[in-house]
Design a protein around this ligand. Structure first.
Ligand SMILES: *Cc1c(COP(=O)(O)O)cnc(C)c1O
Length: 460
């Protein structure tokens, strides 16, 4: 191959970024504050600390510190699987016969299989540092539960994971992995919490939901000594930890003198996308870059492209603070698509604000088109992508094909957030042509919007 740029854009040990980047510090127009659901006033440290760990709370509320040092103890954790590979997709470029250059940042090389470990590590580190003995969380498809099981085990903390009952039954191998790392897994709804018992009383055969699992986890965290709840996405401190993705990608691209024109990521709660784009968006906001940013979401759960920008709860039981974000309503129940990690009604507040202000574009794709892109990619690039990540592949391929039409030599960077080894039944459905594309109708979305709280802040 006659290329000047290698397929892998390596960073040496001393080139690895030592700071997370807090994009909010560089936003002239910042996202609105979280609100206390009863007083409807901005949430305080004191409101959040009974539920979340101290340092993450501080980070959640910090909108002025640009660069936040990654603690030594987290840098050590990251060293086990980072820097993540930044790969030039030569073979995909060739297969598409596009003049575009395509790069992807691959977050799937750790055992949990996704970027989620980037926040599971620091959240566990901070919990240990403040003297806690256990953590509680929820998991839908299982990626966050696995990442937390790895990180909590590494830092010597006990972990309980409430896993949505249907997924714990559909994905026994995820469950096995979480338990192998030493975490306690409870299918949700369970009889171990009041919120779980209330749901079971109404519907003993309930298969559970992410909202229900979040409520059980928060309840257990606040009722247990030296225990806190750890969130896997949506919140700004999770996005902050994920900025390691963008920091590394930018360091490597800068090293080789490459400037991306288009940056693409898939979006569920928004953490990997927010993390990938952060430093590049910082330049765009400062006026030193004209890069475009694209969120790729499932057509079955279209928070960006069809959501409302309003204050809403992060969970169905309304146990979280109110978050101003793009939302389909906490009562919206996404159809059971194969990209489990993208089935969430809301979106990270920073991304929501950037979208409202025109800095971020969004596309919704149906799953059959997403899997077609995934298969096209895996055949030439040799990586089996997670269905979630394949949304970004789909958007990147579309962009590269557009370049083929116009002859433009754009530089495309996309986030490949994880691997698909636990999603082979989805690939089987694609191969058997039994995969169904579901797009909610307007009436169904209206029912979800009806669950958005009717508070003065939402009436302006
Ligand atoms: C969880 C997950 C996502 C979606 O989460 P975000 O917070 O939107 O990043 C995307 N890809 C993979 C592989 C995941 O596990």
């Amino acid at each position: 191959m006659a290329a000047k740029i290698p397929t892998r854009l390596h960073l040496s040990e001393d080139e690895v970024p030592r700071y997370w980047y807090n994009l909010r510090a560089d936003m002239a127009d910042k996202p609105q504050p979280l609100l206390h659901p009863e007083t409807l006033t901005p949430i305080t440290k004191a409101d959040l600390e009974p539920v979340f760990c101290k340092e993450p709370v501080k980070q959640e509320l910090d909108e002025t510190t640009r660069l936040i040092p990654i603690p030594e103890g987290v840098q050590e954790f990251y060293r086990a699987y980072r820097p993540a590979a930044l790969i030039r997709a030569y073979f995909l470029e060739k297969a598409l016969a596009t003049p575009a250059e395509i790069y992807y940042k691959f977050e799937g090389t750790n055992t949990s299989g996704s970027h989620k470990l980037n926040s599971a590590g620091p959240q566990s580190f901070y919990a240990k540092a403040e003297g806690l003995s256990s953590l509680v969380t929820e998991t839908g498809a299982g990626q966050w539960g696995t990442a937390m099981a790895m990180a909590a085990g590494f830092y010597g903390l006990n972990l309980t994971v409430f896993m949505v009952k249907v997924s714990s039954e559909q994905k026994p191998h995820r469950r096995a992995l979480i338990e192998t790392y030493g975490a306690r897994l409870i299918p949700s709804p369970s009889d171990t919490t009041e919120s779980g018992r209330a749901i079971l009383a109404k519907d003993p055969s309930s298969g559970g939901s992410l909202g229900c699992a979040i409520s059980e986890a928060i309840e257990k965290a606040v009722k247990t000594e030296k225990c806190r709840y750890v969130p896997g996405s949506v919140l700004n401190h999770v996005a902050l930890h994920q900025s390691i993705i963008g920091q590394e990608a930018k360091a490597a691209l800068d090293k080789y003198g490459i400037k991306p024109d288009v940056i693409i990521g898939c979006a569920g709660g928004g953490s990997n996308l927010a993390g990938l784009i952060a430093p590049f968006m910082g330049e765009r906001l400062a006026g030193t870059s004209k890069a475009r940013f694209i969120a790729a979401e499932p057509a079955s759960c279209p928070s960006f492209t069809r959501g409302r920008y309003a204050y809403d709860f992060g969970d169905t039981a309304k146990a979280t603070p109110l978050i101003r974000m793009l939302t389909l309503g906490s009562g919206f129940v996404p159809s059971s698509s194969h990209a489990g990690g993208l089935r969430y009604h809301g979106m990270n507040p920073i991304l929501s604000k950037l979208y409202k202000d025109g800095f971020l574009e969004a596309q919704a794709h149906v799953q059959s088109a997403v899997f077609e892109a995934a298969v096209q990619f895996m055949k030439v690039e040799g990586i089996l992508p997670a269905p979630e990540s394949a949304h970004a592949i789909k958007a990147a391929i579309d962009e590269a094909l557009e370049c083929k039409k116009t002859g433009e030599k754009k530089v495309i960077l996309f986030g490949l957030s994880g691997t698909g080894y636990f999603d082979l039944s989805a690939y089987m459905a694609y191969n058997n042509k039994t995969m169904v594309d579901y797009v909610p109708g307007d009436e169904e979305l209206e029912r979800g919007f009806a669950s958005i709280p009717d508070i003065p802040q939402n009436r302006v």
